[in-house]
Design a protein around this ligand. Structure first.
Ligand code: GLN
Length: 556
């Protein structure tokens, strides 16, 4: 590290004992607090696994792939960061060990290290430091999280890199915050601090002494126990915080502030700042926790077993509920094995139906059946990405009478112009002034239409009212497109294409005429929804669900 920039201050967030402690949420909450105290923040995440990015990873294992404005496929924690701080994440805010090594190895092949031995230290650690420091001199704070837990073999170069940054910059510029678990043993009726002590010992063995400990616990950690942790982990007592399970994620920044976490951080850096105004957080907590009514949305999808596979979607529905002061119950229905005959039974009592993004043919018949049901029974329907494509297939099959209408994603009609080839691979599309090309032989990783693209909205359409705008920009992540050649036929039968790419070649939005709320979008609006700025499409969809529930009540 040759030159040390004047700004920013770095907060490194690490975890120990077990994974899934909610480091991302803890980091995002601290960032929100610092922001509320007037500081400019940027958040970054380093993932020590060897995939180049999470784009090809199974969402049931790894959780959703979060897409940034500038088209990066990133870890879902970046979604928390965006939602809690309102700051758009960038491609340069997430890196994996795979990406670091791939950069390093192509440099090696080019001869950049000619004559030298290429090693983890210093070459890998130097690239990690470069990632952390890049373009940060305009920020007050950079909060940088390391995925995984301390002690993981693959995490070592990352820990070494942050140690070196602390060594060079010193205490006044760097803070280490470590998140651990203090489990409760029911048999002994005791909270156990030993795992935390071991975790800190592990961290110290690689040269990092945490400045703040955040202890996740199911129950209140008594002061005595916190003092013990402080003593054995070599921290001041006021630097040990408890992170109790919260009723909702929106409570977390408030709970941290109450304990003085942001004050402790400012004290570490010898900074002063006005007290934060957290009324907007209090406002959403009270609306979220004390709603006035409820609606139920059926989500007919594939990855229904894993909580984080559709994180942004879950949250966008919650935001829309907050906007209308209702609880939005999400009834997840596995599309597989869900056929025409049990549609009415499974969807009984739901106020709206949503088919989310997805990949592959499995479960598609169940999704089609759910869409037919929504279309024929005037139940609000929201199709997102794959959910729009399947809505088009459903319409073509059941209304236009094209029984073999399908997507080339399912293998049929590849490269042919058969009549059923409704959803196909666009071989190129325009972004700004550039044309991006794709072919059937491309790698699967990094070859989708990903990131923000513009869309023109048809005047007089429902979506033009919802957005109150003629031009929008939304984030995409898909490989296939609805074939524009069907436009006239679709529109004649009532499915209007009300959103188009600026070139006019790519349908972005479809909506059904004469139905209270039936909209399909080729993009992922959930990625841009924020607790303080619910996405207009989600807000409108939930409003339609509320109206539907009132109609059903009246009829009963
Ligand atoms: N599988 C579809 C495609 O690649 C839809 C993707 C999605 O829903 N994100 O086009």
């Amino acid at each position: 590290m040759s030159k040390i920039p004047a700004k920013p201050r770095f907060i490194f967030i690490t975890g120990g004992v077990v994974s899934s402690l909610g480091k991302g949420l803890a980091a995002a909450s601290l960032a929100a607090l610092l922001q509320a105290r007037g500081f400019k923040v940027r958040m970054r995440k380093m993932d020590p696994y060897l995939n180049i990015d999470p784009g090809t990873m199974n969402p049931t294992q790894h959780g959703e792939v979060f897409v940034t404005e500038d088209g990066a496929e990133t870890d879902l924690d970046l979604g928390h960061y965006e939602r809690f701080t309102g700051v758009d994440a960038k491609r340069s805010d997430n890196v994996t060990a795979g990406r670091i090594y791939s950069t390093l190895l192509s440099k090696e092949r080019k001869g950049d290290y000619l004559g030298g031995t290429v090693q983890v230290i210093p070459h890998v650690t130097d690239l990690i430091k470069e990632f952390i420091l890049k373009d940060t001199d305009q920020e007050d704070f950079v909060l940088c999280e390391i995925g995984g837990t301390v002690g993981d073999i693959e995490g070592l170069p990352f820990f070494e890199a942050i140690r070196q940054i602390g060594y060079k910059m010193g205490h006044s510029r760097v803070l280490y915050m470590h998140l651990t678990l203090v489990p409760y043993l029911a048999a002994a009726k005791e909270l156990k601090t030993k795992p935390t002590q071991h975790s800190v010992k592990e961290l110290r063995s690689i040269g990092i002494s945490p400045d703040i400990l955040l202890c996740r616990a199911e129950r209140e950690i008594p002061l005595e126990e916190r003092k013990k942790v402080a003593l054995f982990c070599n921290l001041p007592e006021e630097a040990v915080f408890q992170a109790l399970d919260a009723k909702s994620i929106y409570q977390v920044p408030l709970a941290y502030h109450e304990q003085g976490l942001d004050n402790q951080v400012l004290k570490h850096f010898a900074l002063e700042a006005p007290a934060p105004d957290l009324t907007q957080w209090q406002h959403i907590v009270s609306r979220f926790e004390q709603p006035d009514g409820e609606v139920t949305v059926a989500i007919v999808g594939k990855y229904t077993g894993m909580g984080d596979a559709y994180k942004s979607l879950n949250e966008a529905l919650d935001h829309a509920g907050i906007a209308h002061n209702v609880r939005v119950n999400q009834r997840w229905i596995d599309a597989k094995g869900f056929e025409k005959h049990d549609v009415a039974k499974k969807l009984k009592g739901v106020d709206a139906i949503l088919v989310p993004g997805g990949f592959g043919e499995r479960g598609v018949l169940g999704k089609i059946a759910a869409i037919t049901y929504a279309r024929e029974n005037n139940i609000p329907y929201f199709g997102i990405c794959f959910g729009m494509q399947v809505a088009a297939i459903e319409f073509a099959r059941n209304v236009l009478g094209i029984p073999d209408a399908t997507s080339s994603e399912f293998g049929a009609y590849e490269g042919s112009d058969a009549r059923g080839s409704l959803i196909g691979l666009m071989t190129e599309w325009v972004k700004g002034n550039a044309t991006e090309k794709r072919s059937h032989n491309d790698d699967l990783g990094g070859t989708m239409r990903v990131g923000a693209y513009e869309c023109n909205i048809a005047p007089g359409s429902l979506v033009s009212k919802i957005y109150a705008s003629k031009h929008i920009s939304e984030r995409h992540r898909h490989r296939y497109e609805l074939n524009i050649a069907y436009k006239a036929e679709f529109e004649k039968a009532g499915l209007k294409i009300t959103g188009l790419s600026p070139s006019g070649a790519l349908p972005e939005i479809v909506e059904l005429q004469g139905h209270p709320w039936f909209i399909g979008v080729q993009f992922h609006p959930e990625l841009k929804s924020r607790p303080f700025a619910p996405h207009p499409l989600f807000a409108s969809f939930v409003e339609a669900a509320i109206k539907h529930s009132h109609k059903v009540e009246k009829a009963a």
